[in-house]
Design a protein around this ligand. Structure first.
Ligand code: F6R
Length: 357
């Protein structure tokens, strides 16, 4: 039930801090350490490469997950869009492990790949919100998101839950491989939950941004580098699907290789700047679009901010920034949809779970 909320999407955005805390609890053992099933740890340790397969928002979470697993557990990871996988199957490594990410656990494109790789004799782990779903039943292992039912068509809390669970998978397998570098993920996720709360309490700021930048625009660009780029892809998808504004997420450095031709007087460009090592370069990209007339909205992180920034996110661990930088983008999409009179929870042409290939 959505209770006093006008839309499920807003309720689900607000639930994200609670979901983070539930995930920490669900994956904690009696000793208070993060833990996952032994057979999953074994499967990850045995493999020589991980293939993440997913669609839409879950694919975007997979892009972040790849960085976690490679960074922490030092296992190479490829991320694939499910619908492309079967006929563009990559040359597989000797001992692949497949990870399917799916909120619903029912997405037909992902299931088709699962059936295919199981026939080939490979092991699969499904990360899903729905226990007993098709993808969970048919895989060898399951990790649950513990996000509670997600009703709005636009996925929000499932995305952040997927990223948190992928961080736990990466962290626990890193430890079991003796790669613990003192990273206290429980502590860091606690900080994330608090930061999420702060952002959920700042809704008016994001409503203002939406009404200032997006009420009449035809298109909108999201730019970022590194982790911010992945979040930009997700921010653009959210805006497209519920406000029908043509939106694109771009790697900051890639814009000048063609897409910058689309920048006109007043084109909104939302830039994320949460990564220290690329802070200078992304701000250079903002200058490039501003020189062509763009209307920039920079969202940065405390410690990296400048006077040009429209909103400054609370500081969190740099690896985990996608968990909080996505929240302004979810809320901006929500208010843009609302202001444009669209059906927030049930956008046209879309279904919550896509059970056809
Ligand atoms: C976007 C959205 C979709 C889903 C995609 C995969 O907001 O909800 O892009 O992420 O259809 O769905 P699942 O995760 O259920 O496999």
């Amino acid at each position: 039930e959505k209770g006093t909320y006008p839309h499920y999407m807003l309720k689900e955005i607000d639930e994200q801090p609670l979901v983070m805390r539930k995930i920490i609890q669900a994956y904690q053992n009696e000793k208070g350490d993060l833990d996952i099933a032994e057979d999953i740890i074994e499967a990850v340790k045995e493999c020589d490469r991980i293939y993440i397969v997913a669609c839409g928002t879950s694919y975007h979470a997979g892009l972040v997950g790849k960085q976690f697993i490679e960074n922490m557990a030092k296992i190479p990871v490829e991320v694939h869009v499910a619908s492309e996988f079967s006929y563009n199957m990559p040359l597989l490594s000797e001992k692949p492990l497949f990870i399917f990410i799916s909120q619903s656990g029912e997405t037909a494109d992902s299931r088709a790949v699962l059936v295919q790789v199981k026939e080939m004799g490979y092991k699969a782990l499904t990360i899903t919100n729905v226990p007993g779903s098709t993808l969970s039943r048919e895989a060898n292992f399951t990790m649950l998101l513990h996000a509670g039912p997600e009703i709005a068509v636009a996925s929000t809390k499932a995305y952040t839950a997927q990223i948190a669970v992928l961080a736990i998978l990466a962290n626990v397998t890193a430890q079991s491989r003796g790669l613990n570098d003192g990273f206290d993920l429980i502590h860091e996720l606690g900080i994330i939950a608090n930061a999420m709360e702060t952002l959920c309490d700042s809704k008016e700021e994001f409503e203002k941004i939406a009404s200032e930048f997006l009420p009449f625009t035809r298109n909108c660009f999201f730019i970022g580098r590194s982790f911010d780029y992945f979040v930009c892809l997700e921010g653009a998808l959210k805006l497209k699907e519920i406000s029908y504004i043509q939106a694109e997420g771009f790697a900051g450095g890639e814009l000048k290789h063609g897409t910058i031709a689309l920048i006109e007087d007043g084109t909104p460009v939302i830039a994320l700047a949460t990564q220290e090592n690329v802070n200078w370069s992304i701000r250079g990209n903002v200058k490039e679009v501003v020189a062509r007339g763009a209307n920039p909205c920079i969202i940065s992180m405390a410690g990296l901010e400048t006077n040009d920034d429209r909103f400054v996110l609370p500081a969190v661990n740099e690896l985990l920034t996608p968990l909080i930088s996505v929240i302004p983008l979810q809320l901006i999409a929500y208010y843009a949809s609302l202001h444009r009179g669209c059906d927030v929870d049930k956008p046209r042409n879309l279904a919550k779970s896509v059970t056809v290939e």
